[in-house]
Design a protein around this ligand. Structure first.
Ligand code: NAP
Length: 242
């Protein structure tokens, strides 16, 4: 039986991935900050479903609560948070710190503790976002944190190759989860968590270096990113003014 560890399994994409892998017969270690929330999302712990409770923004908490884990075939670092910069002229440094610390530094703590427990020939998936394709309004903190994850994943994909560990960079577009349900703007191409989990698991099964979806949305962003920055800036400013 294969063993998958999923961070952020109490909600949204991570929860759906846990459900997907349980149905597919994997041993699942579902991680989150709150045991009750994990239980409400996934049911009681069983022989095949184990909870691992930690706050990834606290190094010691991550290290001590993951110490007993072993024999992981696939780790999906999915946990993350999103906060927008609404008043860039009165830049909220604490918000910026919170998002960067959680999404980037927290991933570093997870790497420190969990990477040595991934079997040779195993896999690591890091969930970034399609926001990294282009500079998008209000995403100064979230976009910067996810861009750091892009670089991290791409570098690890090189440096973990000698250990036969494949690293996949996962960049979803909009997915209907509690994180996006807070958004008040239109979310083009939004898909369900079920669709997202299917696309992620397929991409991981194929050991893809990058998993970008939904495809049509990604290609539009990609095409726009090929424009000179000065042009994109003009388009983005016009969109903000509308
Ligand atoms: N939804 C989208 O459209 C979308 C698009 C692109 C990328 N993503 C990325 O996909 C990932 C999952 O997002 P989602 O939409 O499924 O959001 P979500 O429903 O809000 O789930 C986020 C998960 O991350 C966990 N988490 C957050 N901070 C944590 C911390 N410090 N320690 C431990 N766990 C923590 C949460 O745990 P708690 O239950 O303890 O809060 C929750 O399980 C995120 O990395 C997000 O940036 C989402």
């Amino acid at each position: 039986m294969k063993h998958v560890l999923i961070t952020g399994a109490s909600s949204g994409i991570g929860m759906q991935l846990a459900i997907h892998y349980l149905k597919a017969g994997w041993q699942v270690t579902a991680c989150g900050r709150d045991g009750e929330k994990l239980k409400a999302a996934l049911g009681d712990q069983t022989e095949h479903l184990r909870f691992c409770i930690f706050d990834m923004s606290h190094r010691q908490n991550v290290l001590s609560n993951t110490a007993r884990l072993k024999n992981i075939d696939l780790a999906i670092f999915n946990a993350g948070t999103c906060e927008y910069i609404d008043h860039p002229q009165a830049f909220d440094g604490q918000l910026f710190e919170r998002v960067i610390h959680n999404n980037v530094i927290g991933t570093g703590y997870c790497l420190e503790s969990i990477l040595p427990k991934i079997n040779k020939g195993g896999q690591l998936g890091i969930v970034s976002s399609s926001v990294t394709t282009l500079p998008l309004t209000r995403a100064e903190a979230y976009g910067a944190s996810k861009s750091a994850l892009d670089y991290l994943a791409r570098t690890l994909a090189i440096d973990l190759a000698p250990q036969n560990i494949d690293v996949s960079l996962i960049r979803p577009g909009f997915v209907d989860t509690p994180l996006t349900q807070k958004n008040t703007f239109k979310m083009p191409g939004i898909i369900s968590v079920e669709q997202a989990a299917t696309l992620i698991s397929k991409g991981l099964q194929q050991r893809k270096l990058e998993i970008n979806f939904p495809r049509s949305f990604f290609y539009v962003l990609k095409a726009l990113s090929l424009l000179p920055n000065i042009l994109w800036r003009r388009i983005a400013i016009n969109m903000v003014r509308q």
